[in-house]
Design a protein around this ligand. Structure first.
Ligand code: COA
Length: 154
């Protein structure tokens, strides 16, 4: 199977933080941020695999700052590590104040997907062609994260 670069599947999803997704504090509900981040990660994983994927693990989700209504949210997702059938993506969320133009990082997480066939059985994915020292470092760290997850699974 051929390899693919990180940039070939990188994705950015941009949308408004809408009032219907507000929590009791008037900021964006954390669960909705997780859903959107999962979708952005899945897009990058599907682009890499050119196959259906399912989420198998959500790792290290951070909520560093609240997301205010009316701000523009950017979900940046890229493949950080691949195994034989699994794909780890790194998703970073940035919130942009549309009036001032200031942008701040609000959330980040690693999402692990598995490419599956029509029967839900795992299928192989392309390997990852690493082009920068940052991509190499993230891949090596991803290998360790995945080993840790599988050890914890037992
Ligand atoms: C994902 C799923 C198909 C994996 O099935 P499985 O029988 O565990 O398959 P395998 O043991 O062959 O593992 C397949 C891959 O998943 C990885 N994996 C399995 N459990 C994992 C976990 N807890 N964390 C990280 N990776 C995991 C394995 O390491 C393997 O990757 P590799 O081929 O790159 O080494 C199955 O667990 C499933 O269908 N889960 C439900 C998914 C779902 O409904 N998601 C929400 C909706 S999208």
């Amino acid at each position: 199977m051929t390899s693919k670069t990180v940039s070939a599947s990188r994705v950015t999803v941009t949308l408004f933080a809408q009032p219907e997704h507000a929590n009791f504090h008037g900021t964006m509900h954390g669960g909705h941020i997780v859903k959107l981040a999962d979708e952005a990660g899945a897009m990058a994983a599907m682009r890499h695999a050119r196959n259906s994927v399912v989420t198998v693990f959500i790792d290290s989700m951070t909520f560093d700052r609240p997301v205010r209504m009316g701000h523009i949210l950017h979900f940046h997702a890229e493949v950080s590590y691949v195994g034989r059938t699994s794909i780890e993506t790194w998703v970073q969320v940035l919130a942009e104040n549309p009036l001032s133009g200031t942008t701040e990082a609000t959330n980040s997480a690693y999402f692990v997907y598995v490419a599956v066939d029509e029967n839900g059985k795992p299928v192989p994915v392309p390997s990852l062609e690493l082009e920068t020292p940052e991509e190499e470092a993230r891949f090596m760290a991803g290998k360790k994260r995945q080993e840790y997850r599988l050890k914890a699974r037992g």
